[in-house]
Design a protein around this ligand. Structure first.
Ligand SMILES: Nc1ncnc2c1ncn2[C@@H]1O[C@H](COP(=O)(O)OP(=O)(O)OP(=O)(O)O)[C@@H](O)[C@H]1O
Ligand SMILES: [Mg+2]
Length: 262
């Protein structure tokens, strides 16, 4: 579905991604790795937002178009983004934020005129209902809690009807309860709509609970690609250069044990 081939990305000569080849198909994939490993750079490369030094990114077998090209814009519609800081337009309602996700899909003339067909409004309301926010549709984004804002962010990404949702640390700014709400919604979308979800995550217990596959980056290189159950203590220590006790099967997770500091 989306893949990289021998992908290299460097910033002012300093490599951020080095020879990364990975196929990210359907399912829920977590990207993990220490701070600076290149996780966000990979997300942005997948969405055509960083210049590639060499190698390729392919979506559905087609190489991503050049920066600012019409071809790339069409491909970007297939990739819904969810951000750590939500990136909503704060003074707009939740509903209008979701409708922004439809802009690329709507007739551009209507979009420019700010005319939203009734069916589009109903569609966006439906998406807000799906993320449990039907009652908050007309509230300004900046009057919503962080968890609610992120659910609007997910609804906005869904509004594009993407093939893939790319979520860069979608729950890093949220408390545990809101985190689970957002992760459950993402899992539901992946399972019921068949949309692939690729998420950068820092909490390994979240990875174990929600992801079907884990890809680990370290110093810009792909160092692990497997199932969450394979993440043993040695692997985690090598990845983070930090000893993290494993959460024992069947035991209550203990605070911070499975948190990996950024
Ligand atoms: N726009 C940029 N300009 C220059 N250097 C950059 C840029 N973006 C990323 N880098 C560098 O590329 C490397 C990878 O950064 P990246 O943000 O992808 O890491 P990350 O794995 O997402 O880290 P974190 O867990 O802290 O979010 C880092 O050394 C970073 O300083
Ligand atoms: Mg990052």
């Amino acid at each position: 579905m989306i893949e990289t081939r021998a992908l290299h990305v460097a910033f002012r000569g300093r490599p951020a991604l080095h020879d990364v080849s990975v196929q990210l198909g359907a399912g829920f994939t977590a990207i993990i790795g220490p701070s600076g490993a290149g996780k966000s750079t990979l997300m942005r490369a997948l969405n055509g937002l960083v210049p590639i030094t060499s190698g390729q990114v392919l979506l559905g077998g087609t190489v991503l178009g050049r920066p600012h090209s019409r071809a790339l814009r069409a491909q970007q519609l297939q990739l819904g983004m969810v951000f750590q800081q939500f990136n909503l337009v704060r003074r707009l309602s939740a509903l209008d934020n979701v409708l922004l996700g439809r802009l690329g899909v709507l007739n551009p003339v209507l979009g420019t005129l700010g005319i939203v067909p009734r069916a589009e409004r109903a569609y966006a309301l439906n998406l807000l209902d799906r993320v449990g926010l039907a009652d908050h549709a007309w509230k300004r984004a900046d009057q919503l809690s962080g968890g609610q804002q992120q659910r609007v962010g997910v609804a906005r990404a869904l509004a594009q009807q993407p093939q893939v949702i790319l979520a860069d640390e979608p729950i890093s700014a949220l408390d545990p309860r809101s985190s689970h709400e957002v992760m459950s919604i993402l899992r539901d979308i992946q399972e019921k709509d068949g949309i692939a979800v690729i998420a950068n995550l820092h909490f390994l217990d979240t990875v174990r609970e929600y992801a079907g596959r884990v890809v680990a980056l370290k110093a810009g290189q792909l160092v692990f690609d497997g199932q969450p159950g394979q993440l043993d203590r040695g692997l985690i220590r090598d990845l983070y250069d930090h000893d993290v006790p494993p959460v024992l099967e069947g035991s209550q997770p203990q605070p911070n044990l499975s948190f990996v500091p950024a």
